[in-house]
Design a protein around this ligand. Structure first.
Ligand code: FAD
Length: 474
């Protein structure tokens, strides 16, 4: 009977458990969980702080999931190290666990910049339930908070704190909000939403010191520009990095994240990595890198789990996709969305802007392929753009239509004849090209075909069929 050991108990671990059990009903599965909870929906923790979501809604797997899948979870214990030659894991409680197959699904770690005075009370990160509870437990004593970082976690935490009637100041090193997603023009839409909500922000400056009183309480932060902001708490949200600490010195290769092949296996046979801790292929950059988003962690876990149990699944690649909303501002983006037209000669940026309606659409194209997009206000085309990125399709003959303000079917039907010659009834073509665009009524063409086609195609109410990035069964 195989001994599967999984370090981590979040989305990558859960999908791995499901994939293992599809192939191996009997092997022993042990999960190591430093946190005392069943797998929970990490993106919801800011909503719990805000009071919009009740805490009982956080778990997305309950004890019954582990029981039904015959999984033993060791709570409140973490993986401290791995002896790959002895095939043994060292746990923080001093115990050793032998394994045949090991999955590292240990997620990411918030980055804490070296700022004077940052160590000590009243300074928080925000990536776990424990972080959320620590801040929630102090809310009565807090009047004003400085949030360092205007990325996704910083903005969501700032919104939650504002909803709890705290005065919030966001400080961002770059010259814009959501700097990984928005360019300066896109950021102006987010800035307007902050202005409307009465939230202060400082762009293009950084916190260089946290000032404390004699008792050690936070009283202010000092900025590089020399400005000082009075506050009684600081949230550090300057980024999350792959957690590679548990494998340090083990011989398991690490770059920015744990290095894996396209079967999610590390350089050590039988040791896999999945989720935020691992690097994987980015189809836009054409290279491996950490890609710290939930859907990719889920796909990683499915592939690693299947292969741990004897399968041969491959990760075909991915790219960052984000849907973020705060203070009434809503943006969906994917791939290289923040890049500006003047950054590289090979890059073409097309935009549609209607300030009065708060609508902003931007696509980034290079070599006639869509490399990224960003939509604000009207987010209906996000699916179409995502499909075009997946397909690597030549968009040169209809690129202007992509951002123009006409409805989607109109944008597609007139160029019907110019679509790549493709027999919609041939499933191999769908697989090769990865996508198709056709009127909704064409849907019936596909009924009667195998489940595989159903899996690859997703129909929406516009009649657009997208490749969903299904990973190769090999
Ligand atoms: C506030 C917030 C909002 C987010 N919003 C979004 C969003 O809107 N969309 C999106 O796509 N993504 C979002 N993310 C990112 C998303 O949550 C992660 O990409 C996803 O959770 C990664 O899953 P994972 O399984 O790799 O690891 P994680 O969810 O990070 O979990 C890691 C697991 O490993 C455990 N662990 C850590 N160290 C050890 C150790 N030494 N030994 C054993 N176990 C260990 C942890 O306890 C945990 O169980 C958000 C993240 C945060 C924090």
């Amino acid at each position: 009977m195989a001994e599967y050991l999984i370090a981590g108990n979040s989305v990558a671990a859960v999908s791995a458990i499901q994939a293992i059990r599809e192939r191996d009903k009997e092997g022993r599965i042990t999960v190591i969980s430093p946190e005392p909870y069943t797998a929970y929906c990490r993106p919801l923790i800011t909503y719990v702080l805000a009071g919009d979501v009740e805490e009982w809604r956080l778990p997305y797997k309950r004890e019954s999931f582990y029981q039904q899948n015959k999984v033993e979870v060791l709570y409140n214990v973490k993986l401290d190290g791995v002896d790959v030659s002895e095939r043994t894991a060292y746990l923080s409680d001093g115990k050793k666990v032998a394994f045949d197959k090991l999955l590292l699904a240990v997620g990411g770690k918030p980055f804490i910049p070296p700022i004077e005075g940052i160590d000590g009370p009243d300074v928080y990160t925000f990536t776990t339930i424990a972080d959320m509870k620590a801040l929630a437990g102090r809310l009565e004593d807090i009047k004003k908070v400085v949030v360092i970082g205007a990325g996704m976690i910083g903005m969501k935490t700032a919104e939650a704190l504002a909803k709890r009637d705290k005065e919030v100041v966001i400080v961002e090193l770059m010259d814009r909000i959501l700097p990984m997603v928005l360019d300066k023009e896109g950021s102006s839409f987010a800035e307007k939403a902050l202005d409307r909500a009465g939230i202060s922000y400082v762009l293009g400056d950084s916190v260089v010191g946290v000032g404390r009183d004699a008792s050690g309480k936070v009283r202010r932060v000092e900025l590089k520009s020399g400005a000082k902001i009075e506050c009684d708490a600081v949230v550090v949200a300057v980024g999350v990095r792959p957690n590679t600490t548990p494998v340090e010195g083990s011989g398991i290769e690490v770059n920015k994240g744990i290095i894996v092949d396209d079967m999610m296996e590390t350089n050590v046979e039988g040791v896999y990595a999945a989720g935020d801790c691992a690097e994987s292929y980015d189809i836009i950059l054409g290279q491996k890198r950490p890609n710290l988003v939930w859907p990719i962690a889920y796909r990683h876990g499915l592939i690693a789990g299947a292969n741990m149990a004897g399968g041969r699944r491959r990760f075909v690649g991915g790219f960052p996709i984000n849907s973020i909303g705060f203070f009434g501002f809503q943006v969906v983006s994917a791939g290289m969305s923040a890049v500006g037209e003047d950054e590289e000669a090979s890059i073409e940026v097309l935009k549609f802007i209607d300030e009065s309606k708060g609508v902003y659409r931007k696509v980034v194209i290079a070599n006639n392929r869509l490399l990224g997009f960003c939509v604000i206000g009207d987010i209906r085309r996000a699916g179409l753009y995502t499909g075009l990125i997946w397909s690597r399709m030549d968009v040169s003959y209809f690129k202007e239509l992509l951002v123009e303000h006409i409805s989607l079917p109109e944008a597609i039907y007139p160029i019907d004849g110019a679509l790549p010659a493709m027999n919609f009834s041939d499933r191999k073509n769908i697989r090769r090209f990865g996508w198709a665009v056709f009127p909704y009524s064409y849907r019936k063409l596909f009924t009667g075909y195998s489940a595989r086609i159903e899996e690859i195609c997703a129909f929406d109410d516009k009649g657009v069929c997208f490749y969903d990035g299904a990973d190769d069964e090999g």
